[in-house]
Design a protein around this ligand. Structure first.
Ligand code: AMP
Ligand code: TRP
Length: 350
């Protein structure tokens, strides 16, 4: 006799829900702000549920000093709020406080294939030549990222360009899970890689991503930089000798010029074309001071607000705790359904 299928054929409705995460690995750059935080805040105004996570479990895939990790988690929470993420309108929390992420990640460890993960360029970059010595967590990291998203049935994930490959893997995991178990349970996510600043480049080399791990502090603008530092870094940013072109096509082959135009566009909510319409024909002697003013007036209120919020760590922890409870209320039932689908006996009461 064949056993009756226990699992109700779960057909999720997959209404629109935004999820994204940032690692508390210390320091936020203009790239994080324009590629992620600013857009997270904007997504709140679109009438969609928004869930934002400080992914502390991801951070420990490479060594983190415990005291610094705690500090970086609180700083990042302050960075989210100062950038406009409102804990009343969004769910803001740190990953380790919602156990469902790690539990679903284990199930996904058993869905994703070694070959898929071996192709992840971030793993290759981060592990470098010393692969044998990389943590297993660093290798399995994209499965945890897929779990972060899928445990909320999130459908839209705003990230910078560098996360595109991980989101493709998330889609592959959702599709394979659905196929393996004959369900339509996990949604296939849409990466939201939009805007003028999905890839903010180094101020010293327009072909390299602006990153908190670049050894040169001159290569990036930190959200904690003061007005003088911001203005000085923009003044010294690498450029070429040509004036700004009439149209975006004229930025071809000029990575540094393009980067500064993109930063200006993203900070002022304009397109490249609109910025060029204003500055075409002008040299960097005119453009850089305008950009510096714009950057200072956009970023200093954020760093001031971060400092203010960090005066009250208890309040930050309270916000994260409350966010975690709200996140858990969504994640737990989805995880429970997943266990049912996979065939785990779930008989505990409470
Ligand atoms: P990370 O700092 O690498 O953990 O990245 C956190 C978020 O910021 C992710 O959504 C990244 O895609 C985004 N991000 C990081 N650096 C940049 C950059 N230079 N340009 C645009 N987005 C970035
Ligand atoms: N991997 C992302 C990064 O390094 C952070 C992250 C973890 C994330 N989980 C996520 C981003 C889920 C979006 C959705 O930046």
């Amino acid at each position: 006799m064949t056993e009756a299928v226990q699992t109700p054929l779960v057909e999720a409705t997959h209404s629109k829900r935004v999820f994204s995460g940032i690692q508390p690995s210390g320091g936020l750059t203009l790239g994080n702000y324009l590629g992620a935080l600013k857009r997270f805040a904007e997504a709140q105004n679109q009438g969609i549920e928004t869930i934002y996570c400080i992914v502390d479990l991801h951070a420990i895939t490479v060594w983190q000093d415990p005291a610094k990790l705690r500090q970086a988690t609180r700083e990042l929470a302050a960075g989210f709020i100062a950038s406009g993420v409102d804990p009343a309108r969004s769910i803001l929390f740190n990953q380790s406080q919602v156990g469902a992420h790690a539990e679903l990640a284990w199930l996904f460890n058993c869905v994703a294939r070694m070959g898929w993960l071996s192709r992840m360029t971030q793993f290759k970059d981060k592990a470098g030549k010393n692969r044998e010595n990389a943590s297993v967590g660093l290798f399995a990291y994209p499965n945890l990222m897929a779990a972060d998203i899928m445990v909320y049935h999130a459908t839209h994930v705003p990230v910078g360009e560098d996360q595109k490959q991980h989101l493709e893997l998330t889609r592959d995991i959702a599709i394979k899970f659905n196929n393996d178990f004959g369900v339509n349970f996990f949604p296939v996510v849409e990466p939201v890689i939009e805007g003028a600043a999905t890839r903010v480049m180094s101020l010293r080399d327009g072909t390299k991503k602006m990153s908190k791990s670049d050894p040169s502090d001159q290569s990036r603008i930190n959200l904690t930089d003061d007005a003088d530092a911001i203005a000085q870094k923009i003044r010294k940013a690498k450029t070429d000798a040509e004036p700004l072109p009439e149209t975006p096509e004229g930025l071809e082959g000029r990575p540094e010029a393009r980067n500064l135009v993109n930063i200006y566009a993203a900070l002022s909510d304009k397109t490249q074309a609109e910025v060029l319409a204003e500055y075409a024909g002008q040299g960097f002697g005119a453009f850089k001071p305008a950009l510096a003013d714009l950057a200072v007036s956009s970023l200093t209120p954020i760093s001031d607000e971060m400092q203010r919020l960090l005066q009250d760590v208890g309040e930050i922890d309270r916000i994260l705790g409350e966010g975690a409870e709200r996140a858990d209320a969504i994640a737990r039932p989805i995880l429970e359904q997943t266990y049912e689908i996979v065939g785990m006996v779930r008989s505990r009461r409470g």
